[in-house]
Write a protein that binds this ligand. Sequence first.
Ligand SMILES: Nc1ncnc2c1ncn2[C@@H]1O[C@H](COP(=O)(O)OP(=O)(O)OP(=O)(O)O)[C@@H](O)[C@H]1O
Ligand SMILES: [Mg+2]
Length: 236
Amino acid sequence: MNFASGDIPSVIVVTGTDTGVGKTVTTAALAAALHRRGRTVAVYKPVQTGSAHGDSDIAEVRRLCGDVTAHAGTVLREPLAPLPAAEFDRIALPTVAEHARRVRELARVHDHVVVEGAGGLLVELDDSGATIADLAQAMDDGGTRPGVVVVTRAALGTLNHTALTLEALERRGLRVLGLVLGLRPRQPGLAERGNILRLASWDVPLVGAIPEGAPLLASEEFGASSAVWLAGLVPA
Ligand SMILES: Nc1ncnc2c1ncn2[C@@H]1O[C@H](COP(=O)(O)OP(=O)(O)OP(=O)(O)O)[C@@H](O)[C@H]1O
Ligand SMILES: [Mg+2]
């Protein structure tokens, strides 16, 4: 498999094994850690759903990181997958090619663009069925290759979901930077302890873990700790 080496790429796609696994918190920590290294960072969320229920990953990133460039491509009201949410709102979704253009524009004026998917890797983002994996492939245009971070859980079931996600990335020839535990439990149970050890033993590196309770920290402390949490991803 195609693992990261060297410096962190300009475009980093944060995907996950499922919805609610900690992609946004990881995205915020990555943006904060890069910012503290003196890099300029933009965060891009191609499709945000659930706005009628107050869901906004961009607002969460801003809350945790302080002042950061953060944009959503399209915002939909219902907390559904992008296609049914767009159908509900009677909105035409932007194509993944359009998202790729936005990411390239942001990459021209920032050192890094961190792109957070919706749900897991193969969630359809546009009417042609293109996914965040297609967006990552579209960004692989002969310049620095984009890197993919896979956010995963510690709980039972995670080994299968993580292996499936890695296999799908490998099949597409995408560069995987590593796994991040979106929530490292304060008091892991038997299954969680065993899973964390298994994940750490795989070829793909476990590059970080966000401790339980991290989203409750004030942005100053969140930012100061973020590079420690993601020590395998953001070089000192
Ligand atoms: N390390 C953590 N400690 C405590 N709570 C956490 C942690 N990480 C995430 N959470 C909580 O779990 C929920 C889901 O996290 P998050 O929004 O980051 O997931 P996501 O993968 O981005 O979800 P989505 O698919 O909706 O974008 C949020 O309420 C978040 O505050
Ligand atoms: Mg999110």
